[in-house]
Design a protein around this ligand. Structure first.
Ligand code: AR6
Length: 173
């Protein structure tokens, strides 16, 4: 069974097979975790992203990690929160699902996710964390993944993930 854990810190520092980026549909960079990943990976990353010709919301595309310790970056495009009745939950779940599928394609065993859509895109953090954990729990094993880190940027997000992971440990699948 895949190991799921919450960690607090900067996703660009992690030496895992793949890190996930919370990108926008242009895939050409931005602020937040996207900006941090592009800065750390170097200019080769945007050049590789240009060749992907964008990405739909709910989908994800892969590039190498270039100067990052991670071998791959999976660029996922989360939904902008618009109140909850614009398929935001489904689209967010789809981001996580697509990243797990990319993991299998690229023989990735360890993967780290940021809290997609919970920054500039304003998705409510606990609701997003529940979707992230449910989707990853349901599909990590079938995609051959051994370890999943949920990288929390700040103590509040970390506390949410810790609580939800502990709740589930008390009521396992
Ligand atoms: N490591 C881990 N998590 C981080 C880091 C980091 N270095 N930096 C920020 N976060 P956001 P979104 C957290 O805004 O909401 C970009 O401009 C952050 O605290 O990065 O999906 C894109 O180009 C938050 O919890 O992504 C898009 O235009 C989470 O990462 C747009 O923002 C996501 O926040 C995407 O918005």
């Amino acid at each position: 069974m895949a190991k799921l854990l919450a960690v607090e810190g900067d996703i660009t520092q992690l030496k895992v097979d793949a890190i996930v980026n919370a990108a926008n549909s242009s895939l050409l960079g931005g602020g937040g975790v996207d900006g941090a990943i592009h800065r750390a990976a170097g200019p080769e990353l945007v050049a590789a992203c240009e060749k992907l010709h964008g990405c739909a919301t709910g989908d994800a595309k892969a590039t190498p990690g270039f100067r990052l310790p991670a071998k791959w970056v999976f660029h996922a495009v989360g939904p902008v929160w618009q109140g909850g009745d614009r398929r935001e939950d489904t689209l967010l779940a789809s981001c996580y699902r697509r990243c797990l599928e990319l993991a299998q394609e690229h023989h990735v065993r360890s993967i780290a996710f940021p809290a997609i859509s919970t920054g500039v895109y304003r998705f409510p953090p606990e609701r997003a964390a529940r979707i992230a954990l449910t989707t990853v729990r349901a599909h990590a094993d079938e995609n051959g993944i051994e370890e999943v880190q949920f990288v929390c940027f700040g103590a509040e997000t970390f506390a949410i993930y810790q609580r939800l992971l502990n709740e589930n440990a008390a009521n396992p699948r």
